[in-house]
Design a protein around this ligand. Sequence first.
Ligand code: AMP
Ligand code: MN
Ligand code: MN
Length: 359
Amino acid sequence: MNWLTTPNGRGYAPRAPAPLPTVSADALLAARELVLARVREDSRFLLAAHDGLDGDAIGSLIALHGLLSALGKRSSILIGPDDLPLPTQYRFLPPDGITSQPPPDISEWTVVLLDCGSIERNATPALRQGKHLLNIDHHHDNTRFAAVNYVNKDASCTAEIIWDLLHELQATLTPAIAQALYVALITDTGRFMYTNTSPTAHLMAAELLQAGVDVPALYRQVYEQQPLRRLTLLGIALGQIQRFDGGQLTLAVLSAADFDRAEANDSDSEGIIDELRAIKGTKVAVLAREDRDGEHKVSLRSTDGDVDVSEIARALGGGGHRRAAGFTTTLTPAELTAFLRQQIAAQLHGATDRAYVAV
Ligand code: AMP
Ligand code: MN
Ligand code: MN
């Protein structure tokens, strides 16, 4: 491996992306059976998702908690202190069963990680100490870190997998569970706009509506109760848009000072990336947010599929889907921009060896 040193000396080593494993339909069904067996046989479940909870993570947690409770199981949702309180747009969902501390007898509990592409995406070490660890997810680059890995990359959202389990276990689709599943579905499909909007996603939506989801009321809760600070932050981001390579890369960087100015937090930046990807000519949209440690959380979106952004994210230790991915980096904005331009050019033109980055 060739290490490259950045001008400020911190350095980073982009790696050639590892090929992703293929999972046969039989293996997927076998994993589903293993999950069902645990749900039927075990009695205590600790549910968690990736840190920086999004709609799919929260909706899947609440729906699975509702399902397990209906089956007479004991269930808790573990959410780290940094993720509480929940982002404002999800606070209308029933917060039953949420705890911020793992139980002291966690070795007696079955731990379920939802919507979590790698174990590192949840910072609670205790989760490794459960009786069983189940990994239920839809990221194609899931690192398959658990004893049971039920990873269906064709599911529009993790909630779609929970919805299927609910059917199999013949549990009632209550209005509360339907609402949680619907929030997950609309947020992960970009309100039925992204490529993961499959016929199954629409069938699921139809069933959730039949189960009592009030669509306009729910959309209003999720998208139209925005604190003003979110729009202030959006305004700052829109004022700082940068475009590179004829507009193929559309980028905005929000500094910690920008967050202070808007009195906003990281979850207030959700949705800004959608404005960037909507700009004509964009192939890759990127939003970088500086956190309190001076690192940047980077969100990537690919517009028409010419660039696999999860490959770019994996090169710096992150991951995600082909059209939506993310990573955290110590690179400066200038270094990050150079890295992104090179990676995009490599994918679009195969021009440069992807294992090397010129800064
Ligand atoms: P976001 O940009 O945060 O909405 O994330 C887009 C997609 O990338 C989601 O599927 C995330 O799970 C994934 N993702 C975001 N950040 C990371 C990270 N640091 N490591 C792995 N996957 C990530
Ligand atoms: Mn997620
Ligand atoms: Mn998801």
